[in-house]
Design a protein around this ligand. Structure first.
Ligand code: BTN
Length: 262
């Protein structure tokens, strides 16, 4: 199967949010072909759970893709997890650092959508969209933000340490457009795979990158502790498994967050 996608590439100096740009087009019925839109600077970047996504211009790669799936949203569970793997592979190609070495350097995944170096956040992902009419494609807008180099001011604003790609590869060796294109190549493989199959083929790969497996973790919803237990990775549809005294609980991605119990 041909795994390439002819993305329409858009690269703008500034946008409030590349996710919002593509979502607005989708709501107006103005999306036809797969699009990838990058902004060098975002002024109102959006994160999960209604949060803001802050990034310093030139110090982060911020882009979104819009892709029309021929199946319903119910058959796309785990897609965002597979996209996390695509980002890792894109980082490996662009930096020419092997996956094994990246893992040794502490790169890994945190369910559902975060990419971390050790315990600091390197990248996040926000998926929006859906199906406007039952006979139409399911358009998903997938936004990805990756910190490229250290920003003390950003850390100060966020109030905690964040990771950047410069911890993995010297800054002058990394071309962010190249990184973008390598990630797009990997995302295309995920999109085409999900047209015919689902998350099953990514399950063991995702679990191998899971930084919290076998750690005591907590699930929070709107800052309320929902449950605590041993994190056991994800099942074949991408649900997180938490082993508690009442047995293994399945967590469906939604507005929940995972924390390590302290
Ligand atoms: C999160 O970790 O909460 C998700 C962060 C997603 C940020 C990216 S940056 C490009 C795209 N445009 C946005 O407004 N958000 C996403």
């Amino acid at each position: 199967m041909d795994m390439t996608i002819n993305w329409i590439l858009e690269r703008v100096d500034e946008s409030p949010s590349t996710n919002e740009d593509l979502m607005a087009r989708w709501r107006s019925g103005l999306l036809w072909e797969p699009v990838a839109r990058l902004a060098l600077r975002q002024t109102a970047g959006r994160g999960r759970m209604g949060r803001h996504w802050l990034s310093s211009p030139q110090k982060a790669l911020t882009f979104s893709i819009a892709y029309p799936f021929k199946k319903g949203i119910q058959d796309l569970s785990g897609l965002s997890l597979a996209c996390g793997l695509a980002v890792i592979k894109g980082i490996s190609s662009a930096t020419q650092i092997s996956l094994d070495e990246l893992r040794q350097k502490g790169l890994g995944l945190k369910w559902p959508n975060d990419i971390l170096i050790s315990h600091k956040k390197l990248a996040g992902m926000l998926i929006e969209g859906g199906q406007l009419k039952s006979d139409e494609a399911t358009w998903l807008v997938i936004g990805i933000g990756i910190n490229l180099s250290d920003s003390a001011s950003l850390e100060h604003e966020i109030g905690r340490a964040i990771a950047s790609l410069s911890e993995l590869a010297p800054e002058n060796t990394l071309n962010s457009d190249m990184l973008w294109l390598e990630i797009l190549k990997e995302l295309a493989i995920v999109m085409t795979n999900f047209e015919t199959a689902g998350f099953e083929k990514y399950q063991s790969e995702w679990n191998a990158w899971d930084l919290y497996q076998n750690k005591i973790c907590q699930i929070h919803q709107q800052d309320q502790l929902q449950l605590e237990g041993l994190e056991k990775g994800v099942d074949e549809s991408g649900c997180l498994l938490i082993e508690t005294s009442q047995g293994v609980q399945k967590i469906i991605s939604g507005d929940v967050s995972l924390r390590v119990a302290s």
